[in-house]
Design a protein around this ligand. Structure first.
Ligand SMILES: [Zn+2]
Length: 408
């Protein structure tokens, strides 16, 4: 036990240990669909978090539904999430979350292991070092400092580590939203932006698959009998892409087109996958109505369309309660001499989902780094202790009551 200052000093002494944890965790391939890899990491992470105490559980997630490339709805499994409850009966509760999965498919030669290398004394390079194995380490050390401080008796903690965030949390979204409703504040350990800025407002996002069914026929002998699904899709995607309105903050990105085959066959199936982003919550119904209209207009003369997907990450605007926490983070930064600046982004994360469930949350408390989701992903090692100090101070201020929880 010791003063807040003692704990912040203690964090500084954890730098090498944190770099070691990040390197060890990042070596394990945890591609979202590599379930054994994620389970290996989950076991290592559960062991590392064990000294914090509390009840640690594996939570099986229901499979999610997806449209495959042949237009069929199939179920996909993800690895169980990890939930650790510490003092769940405390009057105030914080939800701390970050994902265990990464975007990197296993390599052909060595499917389970990634190569992690130190670029120099201050940078580590490798898949997932910043997004989000570094965030895991920041969360762990900040929590250790909080527990060491002896200040946390009235603070409940729910640590929730999900396994499908990189594919938009289709299986863990409900779990996150249930946990959000039982807590007073959310802290998420996604990395900051590349310039070190924290994210303030986030756009909303939805992922969709549109299938178009027509009728197959021989292109030469019986063309008029056919109903060309690929041609119909071509007309539809022009209209969908036309919903983009840059000044209004709405974008429709057609990401993938599939369908058709031999050129002498009228194709009976075509599909496209697309992403919609938008700024204001009210734009969601406006976009939904426009998409439905486009589908309805296409449904004639033997063409039928179906739309799968949802707006699973609503926008995260700046509310007064959220501004209170952004200010609190800036105050902690000022106290610790850590620059804190904010930027809005079109990127989404689980912070969008928590906000949609009514939980105010700071969602970029992880380390600084860059080139995430690429072969050059790197971590600024000094940011590990820096960000852990920031988080620990914020939580200790909440624990002592010198900082108020956001009251929505
Ligand atoms: Zn991430």
């Amino acid at each position: 036990m010791g003063s807040i200052g003692d704990q912040l000093q203690w964090i500084d002494a954890q730098r090498d240990r944190m770099v070691g944890l990040v390197a060890a965790w990042s070596r394990i391939n945890t591609y979202t669909h590599n379930l054994p890899g994620i389970q290996r990491l989950a076991a290592d992470v559960a062991a590392a978090f064990k000294p914090l105490g509390g009840e640690c559980r594996r939570i099986d997630l229901s499979p999610y539904r997806q449209v495959d490339d042949a237009g069929r709805i199939v179920e996909q499994h993800v690895a169980p999430a990890i939930s650790i409850l510490i003092r769940p009966d405390a009057p105030r509760r914080i939800l701390l979350s970050i994902h265990l999965d990464t975007v990197y498919p296993p390599a052909a030669g060595d499917p389970d292991e990634h190569h992690i290398e130190a670029l120099d004394k201050s940078r580590l390079r490798g898949p997932g070092v910043t997004d989000a194995k570094g965030g895991l380490a920041v969360m762990l050390i900040a929590l250790e400092a909080l527990e060491r401080s002896g200040l946390a008796d009235n603070l409940g903690l729910h640590i929730l580590l999900n396994t499908d965030e990189e594919i938009a949390s289709p299986a863990s979204g409900d779990l996150l939203m249930r946990a959000a409703r039982e807590c007073d504040l959310g802290l998420i350990y996604e990395p900051t932006l590349e310039d070190g800025s924290f994210v303030a407002a986030r756009k909303g996002s939805g992922n969709f698959t549109l299938t178009v069914h027509g009728r197959s026929a021989h292109a030469g002998r019986d063309f008029a009998h056919g109903r060309n699904a690929a041609a119909a899709l071509g007309r539809i995607i022009t209209q969908l892409a036309g919903l983009t309105d840059i000044p209004a903050g709405i974008t429709v990105n057609i990401g993938q087109l599939l369908g058709g085959g031999p050129v002498n066959v009228v194709p009976d199936l075509a599909l496209c996958r697309f992403n919609v982003r938008y700024l204001e919550p009210k734009q969601q119904s406006q976009i939904t109505t426009a998409m439905r209209q486009i589908m309805n207009d296409a449904n004639h003369h033997g063409i039928t369309t179906a739309l799968h997907g949802s707006f699973a990450a609503p926008p995260k605007p700046i509310t007064p309660a959220y501004q209170h926490m952004l200010d609190a983070l800036a105050d902690c930064g000022a106290e610790l001499d850590i620059p804190v600046s904010f930027r809005d982004t079109g990127g989404v994360c689980d912070g969008n989902r928590l906000a949609a469930a009514g939980l105010v949350n700071l969602d970029t408390l992880g380390p600084r780094g860059g080139a995430i989701h690429s072969d050059d992903e790197y971590l600024e090692c000094d940011s590990l202790t820096e960000r852990a100090r920031l988080s620990a101070l914020l939580m200790m201020r909440l624990a002592t009551g010198s900082l108020q929880f956001p009251d929505v």
